[in-house]
Design a protein around this ligand. Structure first.
Ligand code: 3AT
Ligand code: MG
Length: 375
């Protein structure tokens, strides 16, 4: 009877696959939007290079990590290699440049705000200096953009996420659905104690690393490690490949060494031994966070491709405003728990939302409508 129930459940869940894929497709930004973002970025680059010829301008966050849905804001980092710089002064200068008409025949971006609050990616910065940002809007396209200074770690973690996304399309599909759910249900706001989009994407990567067979590898694992994986070729031939995965990419940022295997084109097909559909993965993701995750002891770690213990990370008690109630290790800044914004009230909200999502997928006759219902 159990087997029958599981089989029925499998059929029911897989029936939802087309619906989830359609939602995913509808969220992908159209090509023309990407082109406009690029043009806007090139305009910014021109303006910035005139004043700081040595500086680099980088897009990070969802417009560059391939997890951006249509109409996302652009996150931009201005990298200036000068230890002495005063970030606020640079941003004031930048604001000045953006307001003065020093490019002919170009519609300049509108400066919306300069503020010293938290940049979206630095809500972690409770113990660090607050990061000032400039907010802009391109009048021609309505594109909004946040610029901050020297947030190079975010540029590097953006690359890591983008590289993971190239290995198996199910990561991008799952993360789009999870982000869409989190935004619809109001659980994607670090200032309210819920999780950032970055944290949700890491949860998805970790989850796919844990499937059996694994859908994603661990790109940061020791350079000495060999990776064995199966590739299913047409006509169902199964090949086992053994690959040495050394650290082909390595940079040091703020004294943190960021190294991993980034030749991801060699890993396409890594997850092909696992045939789980996107609908099944969405259901299993919510089920994991609703009913299987060990909130009392576990830390999810994309860096090691495993679950660590709070004990070994010394994340067993509250430290100032940082709590460790849901623990997500940053892949590079490993002392940084992305869950530290979550307090006991917002944890309850989060867990209830995970349970709600899992139960809807299990029982609701029309789950997709209910799942994304605005809260
Ligand atoms: P949205 O589509 O804008 O919701 P996003 O991926 O752009 O998603 P955020 O705007 O929250 O996510 O953050 C922008 C980037 O900043 C994403 C990631 O590269 C970096 N980032 C965000 N939060 C953190 C964090 N707590 N620690 C380190 N890097 C972070
Ligand atoms: Mg963003």
């Amino acid at each position: 009877r159990m087997l029958k129930r599981q089989m029925r459940c499998r059929l029911d869940i897989d029936r939802l696959n087309a619906v989830f894929l359609a939602i995913y497709e509808s969220l992908i930004p159209p090509e023309e939007e990407k082109v406009k973002q690029k043009q806007f970025f090139m305009l910014l680059e021109k303006l910035v290079n005139k004043e700081w010829p040595e500086a680099g301008l980088y897009i990070y966050g969802s417009c560059a990590n391939s997890f951006g849905v249509s109409k996302s804001d652009i996150d931009v980092c201005l990298a200036i290699e000068d230890a002495e710089i005063n970030k606020s002064e640079v941003l004031l200068k930048l604001a000045d440049i953006l307001q003065s008409d020093n490019l002919q025949n170009v519609q300049l971006p509108i400066l919306l705000d300069i503020f010293r609050g938290f940049c979206s990616c630095c809500s972690k910065a409770l113990t660090r200096a607050r990061v000032p940002i400039v907010k802009l809007m391109d009048p021609a396209t309505g594109i909004s953009c946040d610029i901050c200074i020297n947030n190079v770690l975010a540029v590097v973690n953006t690359k890591l996420l983008r590289d993971y996304a190239q290995i198996d399309v199910r990561l991008r599909q799952l993360a789009f659905i999870v982000k869409h759910w989190a935004k619809s249900r109001g659980v994607n706001a670090t200032y309210q104690g819920t999780l950032s989009s970055y944290a949700y994407v890491l949860m998805c990567i970790h989850f796919l690393q844990q499937r059996r067979p694994a859908i994603l590898p661990c790109l940061q694992c020791d350079s000495s490690r060999r990776m064995v994986f199966s590739v299913v070729l047409p006509k169902h031939c199964l090949f086992s490949l053994v690959m040495e995965i050394g650290h082909t990419y390595s940079v040091t940022v703020d004294d943190i060494q960021c190294a991993y295997f980034d030749q991801v084109e060699k890993l396409r097909g890594f997850g092909s031994g696992n045939k789980e559909t996107i609908a099944r993965l969405v259901w299993a993701f919510f089920n994991y966070w609703a009913y299987s995750h060990d909130y009392a002891n576990a830390v999810i770690s994309v860096r090691t491709g495993s679950i660590l213990s709070k004990h070994e990370k010394e994340w067993t008690r509250r430290n100032g405003n940082d709590r460790h109630l849901i623990c997500i290790e940053d892949p590079f800044e490993i002392s940084h728990d992305l869950g530290r914004v979550v307090d006991k009230f917002s944890l309850k909200v989060l867990r209830e939302e995970f349970e709600r999502a899992a139960d809807i997928l299990h029982n609701d006759p029309n789950p997709c409508a209910t799942l994304f219902e605005p809260y």
